[in-house]
Design a protein. Structure first.
Lengths: 178, 179
């Protein structure tokens, strides 16, 4: 008796589920989604290439930076600020520095914020002290070239803040101007 | 391949599967905004894997699996948004837009009310149970197709389906939607 009742109830639920509505997409939605996918997909690919697609010249810059960092971390240097990797650049002369982000896995939609000291600008972003954009990281080392221009001899510290979901990390780079 | 050629090749591969993917997105998320968001995310991801996609024999099934995994990987994001949507009372509203009417307005109202209650009951199921019952009982997927999509063995799919139906029965009997 109870089984009969349960079966009838189940049958009723099945009928309800079959009747459960399914709105169709707006006519233009598919077209918009395609356009956005190709546009956004291309942008992400460009970002990946920008982050990874550098050859020997870039490697040379990183090597120089790493060597600089090792020298600066010499315990004989008492100023704690000096343990931060640094670059020296000439006034008004563009200089490309390369930030290295090592990631254990590929990350989509990471958020990168570069904060610049007063008197230092990022080429292509005049007057902006803070630039944020979304990017993707490949597994392994990712390179981000930043072309800096010193407008004053003050120098200072550049911060690159990388966020992904609940994790974040800040990279510091001392910029000296001669 | 130029960007324009890539876009064209991509469209040829994915467009035939749009309706199926949209339905799946809707069944997974339960609300229009989230379904469209998931659909969009899938296309962006798939475009980045165009080289793989052209080699795949059944791109439709592959796209469905990627969508499901995307949903599972980011379920917290979609769940959070769905909760917000429910609070605003939009889930039922969106879900009922496409309901075909009958000639009898009294019957229509009764039907609408029952569907609303079903909507609420479904929202009380876990993602795993809700997805299985909607794919099987509403969309007509076979158990083996759900196994292929979710990577969950048929035995587990069956057991989830059984539990999901039992829980729905319990809720709908308790609130008087069915007797």
């Amino acid at each position: 008796m109870q089984n009969t009742e349960t079966n009838r109830q189940d049958q009723e639920i099945l009928e309800l589920l079959k009747d459960y509505p399914m709105p169709s997409a707006d006519a233009a939605f598919y077209d918009r989604a395609l356009v956005r996918a190709t546009h956004e997909g291309s942008r992400r690919q460009r970002n990946r290439w920008m982050l990874t697609g550098f050859g020997a010249a870039v490697a040379a810059t990183i090597a120089a930076w790493m060597i600089g960092g090792m020298l600066l971390s010499d315990p004989q240097l008492s100023d704690p600020e000096m343990t931060i990797p640094g670059v020296t650049m000439a006034l008004a002369q563009p200089r490309t520095v390369n930030l290295v982000f090592a990631s254990a896995t590929a990350l989509d939609s990471a958020r990168l914020t570069v904060s610049l000291p007063a008197g230092i600008e990022l080429d292509g972003f005049p007057g902006q002290r803070e630039i944020t954009w979304e990017t993707s990281l490949n597994e392994g080392k990712n390179l981000l070239p930043l072309t800096l221009i010193a407008l004053t001899p003050a120098g200072g510290e550049l911060l690159a803040h990388l966020e992904h979901e609940n994790r974040d990390r800040t990279f510091r780079l001392r910029v000296d101007v001669t | 391949m130029s960007t324009a050629e890539q876009s064209l090749a991509f469209e040829r591969l994915v467009r035939p599967h749009f309706d199926r993917l949209y339905r799946l997105a809707w069944r997974l998320t339960g609300a229009k905004a989230e379904a469209e968001d998931l659909f969009q995310e899938l296309l962006i991801k798939a475009y980045g894997k165009l080289d793989d996609l052209v080699e795949i024999e059944e791109p439709g099934s592959w796209l469905c699996r990627v969508m499901y995994n995307l949903f599972i990987d980011e379920r917290r994001r979609f769940a959070r948004r769905r909760l917000h949507t429910v609070e605003e009372g939009q889930l039922a509203g969106d879900g009922l837009e496409g309901l075909p009417g009958t000639e009898n307005p009294v019957l229509d109202n009764e039907r609408l009310e029952r569907i609303r209650e079903l909507d609420k009951a479904l929202a009380q199921l876990s993602d795993e149970h809700r997805v299985v019952v909607l794919l099987h009982d509403t969309e007509g997927y076979k158990l083996s197709e759900i196994e292929e999509l979710t990577g969950v063995p048929v035995g587990t799919v069956k057991s989830r389906l059984h539990r999901a139906r039992a829980r729905l029965r319990e809720i709908l009997v308790a609130n008087g939607t069915i007797f």
